[in-house]
Design a protein around this ligand. Structure first.
Ligand code: MLT
Length: 236
C-alpha cells in the first residue's frame, strides 16, 4: 500500500483519485462537525463550496438545516455555525444538513473522484484506519489546510493515520509523508504541538476554546462518514 498526503484543498483540485481510498481531514473544524453531527443522528450532510449552493439545496429540501462558517463565524441566516458542540442530538437527530465551510467542504468536493472517500478527524482516527485497511487500495490523505496553505492541525492528524497504518501493514511513503508519520510517532501531546499554530490560535482568539479541546480528543467516536453521490452519511 502507498500513502500520500496532500496539504490543502487546492492540491486536491486537479488530482486523479481513481482507484484510491481517500481520507479528507479538516480537524478545525469541518470534518469534526460532520462526524459529530452524524454520530448524533443527522440523516446526511450535503457539503458545498459556495454559500449560494447550500441555500439553494435547503430551499429544494424544504426542511433541511443550514450550517457553516466564513472566517470561523456563523454565516448570517444559517441555523448553525461550525462549532461541533452545537450539533447536539436534540437539535439534529433525523435532520439533513446543507453545509459550506471555507476549506473543509471544498477539500471534500475536490476529492470526489476517489473510490472510497472517508471523513476523518482526531475524534475518529482509529475507526478510519480500520476502514482503509479493509482493502489493499493506495491511500491519499487530503488535508483541507487553511486558505490553501499547510495547516499543522490537519497534517499531524494525517501523520497519526499514516503511523497507525504503518503499525499494521508494510507501507510505501514519500519523504513528506514519512516526516508527518514521524512527527505523529514522537508527539505525545497533540494540544502541546498545536497550541501556537495559526488556525488553532485564531479560533482561540475568536472564542472557540471549548471547540478546540473537543476537536483534539482522540477516538471519542467510532463512526466513519463516507462521501458518495454528493452526500455524506455515517457508517460504522
Ligand atoms: C474550514 O472549513 O475552513 C474550517 O472548518 C473553518 C473553521 O474552523 O470553522
Amino acid at each position: 500500500m502507498k500513502i500520500e498526503i496532500l496539504v490543502s484543498a487546492k492540491e486536491a483540485l486537479n488530482k486523479d483519485f481513481k482507484g484510491k481510498n481517500v481520507v479528507v481531514i479538516d480537524v478545525l473544524r469541518a470534518t469534526t462537525v460532520m462526524i459529530t453531527a452524524l454520530k448524533n443522528g443527522a440523516e446526511k450532510i450535503y457539503p458545498f463550496k459556495e454559500i449560494k449552493e447550500a441555500i439553494e439545496k435547503k430551499e429544494e429540501l424544504k426542511d433541511g438545516l443550514l450550517a457553516g462558517e466564513r472566517k470561523g463565524l456563523k454565516i448570517e441566516g444559517f441555523d448553525f455555525g461550525n462549532s461541533p458542540l452545537e450539533f447536539t442530538e436534540k437539535k439534529i437527530k433525523g435532520k439533513v444538513i446543507c453545509m459550506t465551510t471555507s476549506n473543509g467542504t471544498r477539500a471534500i468536493e475536490n476529492s470526489q473522484s476517489g473510490d472510497n472517500i472517508y471523513i476523518a478527524s482526531y475524534i475518529n482516527v482509529s475507526s478510519v484506519v480500520e476502514k482503509v485497511l479493509k482493502n489493499e487500495k493506495d491511500l491519499i490523505i487530503v488535508c483541507a489546510g487553511t486558505e490553501d496553505e499547510f495547516s499543522l492541525d490537519d497534517s499531524l492528524c494525517a501523520g497519526i493515520i499514516a503511523n497507525k497504518i504503518l503499525e499494521k501493514r508494510s507501507v510505501l511513503m514519500d519523504d513528506f509523508t514519512i516526516s508527518l508519520q514521524n512527527l505523529a510517532k514522537y508527539s505525545k501531546n497533540i494540544k502541546e504541538v498545536l497550541k501556537d499554530s495559526k488556525h488553532y490560535s485564531y479560533l482561540k482568539k475568536i472564542g472557540y476554546e471549548s471547540d478546540l479541546d473537543y476537536c483534539l480528543t482522540l477516538d471519542c467516536c467510532d463512526i466513519v462518514p463516507e462521501y458518495k453521490n454528493k452526500e455524506i452519511k455515517g457508517e460504522y
